[in-house]
Design a protein around this ligand. Structure first.
Ligand code: BJW
Ligand code: ZN
Length: 295
C-alpha cells in the first residue's frame, strides 16, 4: 500500500519524466533504515557526546583518541550496514538519466556500494574510508582504506564472559556508543600515525565544521551548474538541510527554476517550510518513499 498521496505521486512523476536537469541532495536520513544514526535529534548522541561536536577540528586536537574511537566505530558500523532500496533506486536513476547528479552529505559509502556511478556522485563531506594526514604541510592521502579496525588498538571490545564461539564474534561485540560500556585504554602512540611524514596523526577524510569542502567536488558541481542555467528538479532526501554550503544548493536550484521535492520523516525539517508552494513533500522513511516515487 502506498504511503504517498496518489495525486502528489502522479504530478511528481509527470514532472520527473520531463526533467532533464535534476539534482538530489542526500543526508543521513537516507541511511537511517540501513541502521546508521542521524546527527540531529534522537540518535545524535555518541556516548555523552553530541555527534556534531565530535565532528570538529577542535575535538580532534583536544582528544584525538576519543574522536578516533568515534570514527573507527562509525567505519565498522558502515561496513556492516547494507545499502537500502533508496540507495539502489538513486543509483539506477543516475545510470539512466544523463542530466542527473547526486550531491551527498553522507560519508558512509552506501551509495557507492549500491552501484551509483561515481562521476555522478559528489561527496560533499568526504568519506569515512578516506584517511589523510592531520599535518597541514603533509599531503598524505589514502582512498578506500577499509581496514577495520584502522589500528589494532581501536578494535571494538568484545564481551569476554560470553562463552559463544568466535563465529559469533559480532554478537559479542560491546556497544561502545553506549556511555555505560567502558572504552578501552588508548595510548597516543597506538593511534594511526602518518607513514609519510612520520610525524602527524592520520585523521578521517571527512569535512569537519569550519573546514572547506573538497575543491574537486566543488569544481565538478560548478561545471555541472555551468552546463545550463536551468535546473528542473531538486530532491532533498533525509536531510535537515541546516548545514551549509550543502543546504545552499536547494536555494541555488530553486533560483534557477527547479521545483523542490522533499522526502523526510519529519515535516518540520522541510527546508524553509511553506516557501515551496506547488512543490512536493513526501513524509516517511526514505528507504520506502524514494523507490516508490522514482518508480
Ligand atoms: C529521515 C529518516 C528516514 C531520519 N527517512 N528521513 C551559513 C550560515 C550559517 C553557518 C554557516 C554558513 N556557511 C557555513 C557555515 C558554518 C557551518 C554550518 O553550516 N553550520 C550550521 C550548522 C549553522 N558549515 C561549515 O562549517 C562547513 N564548512 C564551511 O563552511 O567552510 C567554510 C570555509 C571555506 C574556505 C576555507 C575554510 C572554510 C562544513 C560543514 C561540514 C559538516 N560536517 C558534518 C560531519 C561530517 C563527518 C561525519 O560524518 O562525521 O556533516 S556535520 C553533519 O551534518 C554531517 C552531515 O553530513 C551534516 C548534515 O546532516 P544531515 O545529513 O542533514 O543529518 P541530520 O541528522 O541533521 O538530519 C537527518 C534528517 O533525516 C532529519 O531531517 C530527519 O527528520 C530525517 N530522517 N530518518 C527520511 N528513515
Ligand atoms: Zn603526514
Amino acid at each position: 500500500p502506498s504511503v504517498v498521496p496518489p495525486q502528489d505521486l502522479a504530478s511528481f512523476q509527470e514532472h520527473l519524466a520531463k526533467s532533464t536537469r535534476i539534482l538530489a541532495l542526500l543526508g543521513a536520513g537516507l541511511s537511517a533504515s540501513s541502521g546508521l544514526p542521524t546527527f540531529r535529534g534522537a540518535g545524535g548522541l555518541w556516548r555523552t557526546h553530541d555527534a556534531t561536536q565530535l565532528a570538529t577540528p577542535e575535538a580532534f586536537d583536544s582528544d584525538p583518541g576519543l574522536v578516533w574511537q568515534f570514527y573507527n566505530y562509525r567505519r565498522h558500523m558502515a561496513l556492516k550496514a547494507k545499502p537500502n532500496p533508496a540507495h539502489y533506486a538513486l543509483a539506477e536513476l543516475a545510470r539512466k538519466k544523463d542530466g542527473f547528479i547526486t550531491l551527498s552529505q553522507n560519508v558512509d559509502g552506501l551509495s557507492p556500494r549500491a552501484g551509483h556511478p561515481s562521476e555522478k556522485l559528489k561527496l560533499l563531506h568526504g568519506s569515512l574510508f578516506d584517511v589523510k594526514c592531520s599535518e597541514f604541510f603533509c599531503k598524505h592521502f589514502e582512498k578506500d582504506n577499509y581496514t577495520d579496525p584502522i589500528v589494532p588498538a581501536l578494535a571494538i571490545p568484545t564481551d569476554e564472559s560470553d562463552p559463544t564461539t568466535t563465529d559469533a564474534i559480532k554478537e559479542r561485540e560491546l556497544d561502545i556508543s553506549d556511555e555505560n560500556v567502558d572504552l578501552p585504554e588508548l595510548d597516543y602512540q597506538h593511534l594511526p600515525h602518518c607513514p609519510t611524514c612520520k610525524r602527524g596523526l592520520l585523521r578521517p577524510g571527512v569535512v569537519w565544521f569550519g573546514e572547506a569542502l573538497p575543491r574537486t567536488v566543488i569544481d565538478d558541481i560548478e561545471a555541472w551548474m555551468s552546463d545550463s542555467e536551468h535546473i528542473d528538479l531538486i530532491m532533498v532526501i533525509g536531510t535537515s538541510a541546516k548545514v551549509y554550503p550543502a543546504a545552499g544548493y536547494v536555494d541555488i536550484a530553486r533560483s534557477r527554476g527547479a521545483r523542490v521535492a522533499v522526502i523526510n520523516m519529519d515535516r518540520k525539517d522541510e527546508p524553509a517550510s511553506g516557501m515551496y508552494s506547488g512543490d512536493w513533500f513526501f513524509e516517511g522513511d526514505a528507504a520506502k518513499i524514494v523507490p516508490e516515487i522514482l518508480g
